[in-house]
Design a protein around this ligand. Structure first.
Ligand code: FES
Length: 144
């Protein structure tokens, strides 16, 4: 299991101090960044399996996405999937979350559109890199 790339300081923009502290406690107890859903943002999903290359379709929320190790799989609209490298094109940090229709890099707060990876806000000027994938009956499988 890899170490999640988030620090509690990086989520402080979305949460009050108590919520951040509560989330930090949950992370410490669970060892999972998934506990940060306490922020109220939609689709906070982070895999801690850095070698994962597939995800069940049912785990990719419509209008959101899931971070799958080195990749991000999104579902901008029902039944339409996209996959990107999880490496931020700004300075190479791993992106940290998918929330409110955007992939978010915690290092300098760049946001990217889940539909095409285009930069929406923050210092990143280039889009997330698209990666190839296939869809089976039940899974999205990265093939890049
Ligand atoms: S490395 Fe991602 S915003 Fe700077």
């Amino acid at each position: 299991m890899s170490t999640p790339s988030h620090s509690v300081a990086n989520i402080s923009t979305c949460c009050g101090r108590r919520t951040v502290l509560k989330a930090a406690g949950l992370v410490a107890l669970s060892g999972s960044v998934g506990a940060l859903g306490a922020c109220g943002a939609t689709s906070w999903t982070t895999s801690t399996d850095s070698d994962a290359t597939s995800v069940p379709v049912s785990k990719v929320p419509v209008g959101g996405g899931v971070i799958l190790g080195k990749y991000v799989v999104t579902q901008p609209t029902d039944g339409v999937f996209r996959a990107f490298s999880a490496v931020c094109p700004h300075q190479g940090c791993p992106v940290g979350s998918v929330a409110d229709g955007e992939v978010v890099c915690p290092c300098h707060n760049s946001h990217f559109d889940i539909a095409d990876g285009a930069p929406v806000s923050g210092p990143a000027q280039r889009p997330l890199t698209s990666v190839k994938f296939t869809r089976s009956d039940h899974d999205i499988i990265i093939t890049t």
